[in-house]
Design a protein around this ligand. Structure first.
Ligand SMILES: Nc1ncnc2c1ncn2[C@@H]1O[C@H](COP(=O)(O)OP(=O)(O)OP(=O)(O)O)[C@@H](O)[C@H]1O
Ligand SMILES: Nc1ncnc2c1ncn2[C@@H]1O[C@H](COP(=O)(O)OP(=O)(O)OP(=O)(O)O)[C@@H](O)[C@H]1O
Lengths: 227, 227
């Protein structure tokens, strides 16, 4: 049974604590604010009103034994940095720290946080990318070393069905969607191009001239395919 | 050439504006804070010091013609809600609004924002899921209505190869990875289970007893599969 600690019940910390608890994990939640502790008392395993910069107090709370700790005390950069350092010194295996500015991000990196998240910046990048490419996929890294990208299909598979193309065995990647452009007449009787995306296309779907394919694969296989 | 408006240069808004500009889009940035406008003046196309609740002022700035607008004035819920409503009334095609609380989120939905983001909550869910499932995939929504999830394979495909299982045509989903547990002896000579994940497995890979599969598909198809 996984056990986690969440330090700081701001909006991010509360979201982490709730999600972990809903999925059946043990969660120790720590915050100085009594009201937050009371509100989350029946959501998490233990909700403790403590100052997490107090090393003795958090040790007594069993923080050294958790599988991972999330430090989300937000705007108090000094507390966030101090707590992160304390946890790594105590030997907590995996520490996620939330940054609230670029400078904060850099400091947390140097202190050895195992992972740093910056929700406002990361979500901003994601929203911007989805505005530029609205139909689909965040072109995100789905797993370390694996990406989802959109490319022109290799010449030799144009005109073939997914089944005939044998993309997995030939290129080591998997086609998860096909994007086509169809000429249409718009409201003003003007000729226009409309995009259609078939996600998880059927095995007999044909890859046509002018289509692009959205594939998942290892970075080096994607590099080779992109040409 | 895509043109966007970003209203509110907080950390989220700045991140959206920078990313859009880096990718070559035209960006009109609006904020009341002179210092922020000055700092971002050479990053975006136009950085304008305006109060975005002033309908005349933002109309004069050309806000009606943008492809999409992002409302990220943050903590001032009243301004955020008012600006979102103004933009939709003016006929701005696509409005993304940033929520700062659950209540704010609900209000923005009722006002017709086309998309609402809540960075702290969304990143919290993502971090929690990746702590529970550290090897792989954020179980993210890869496209509207499509997800990547991990499930036990349906009984009838256990023992079959990917090719034989014909998962696309039978279930409408695509297997992008197979996760297996292998018994190993750990450092102390103790019997332990080690996880192995094959991403983009070959067509002849067998789905074995005890394996889980990571699939992409439409929400209703995934629901049906999860049983
Ligand atoms: N030393 C501390 N020990 C324990 N909890 C703390 C400490 N300092 C701050 N906190 C708590 O951390 C929580 C988050 O802090 P704050 O609201 O400043 O961050 P935030 O970055 O705005 O959060 P979010 O963006 O996630 O909403 C608060 O509930 C606060 O009481
Ligand atoms: N009426 C308004 N018109 C234009 N800009 C505004 C208005 N009200 C607030 N802003 C600007 O919006 C920006 C973001 O506001 P604020 O910092 O309160 O939000 P936030 O949610 O903390 O931001 P973030 O979390 O993205 O850092 C500020 O730079 C502020 O000057």
């Amino acid at each position: 049974m996984s056990q986690f600690a969440v330090i700081g019940a701001g909006r991010f910390g509360e979201s982490v604590a709730r999600t972990l608890s809903e999925k059946g994990s043990d969660v120790i939640l720590i915050d100085t604010d009594e009201e937050k502790i009371r509100d989350l008392d029946d959501v998490v395993t233990h909700a403790l009103q403590l100052d997490a910069t107090d090393e003795k107090a958090i040790k007594a709370a069993g923080i050294e034994d958790v599988d991972a700790a999330v430090v989300s005390v937000g705007r108090d950069m000094e507390a966030s940095v101090l707590i992160t350092m304390l946890l790594k010194e105590m030997g907590v295996r995996y520490v996620v720290a939330k940054a609230t500015s670029e400078a904060h991000y850099k400091i947390l990196t140097r202190l050895g946080a195992d992972r740093i998240v910056f929700p406002e910046r990361e979500t901003g990048v994601k929203v911007a990318n989805s505005l530029i490419n609205p139909t689909i996929f965040d072109y995100l890294e789905v797993a370390p070393g694996y990406n989802i990208i959109e490319i022109k299909p290799p010449r030799e598979i144009v005109g073939k069905s997914l089944e005939e193309a044998k993309v997995r065995s030939t290129y080591g990647v998997d086609i998860i969607a096909i994007k086509s452009l169809h000429p249409v007449l718009d409201g003003a009787g003007e000729s226009d191009l409309e995009e259609e995306v078939k996600i998880v296309p059927a095995a007999d779907e044909i890859i046509r001239e002018g289509d692009t394919i959205i594939v998942i694969g290892a970075e080096k296989d994607l590099e080779r395919l992109r040409g």
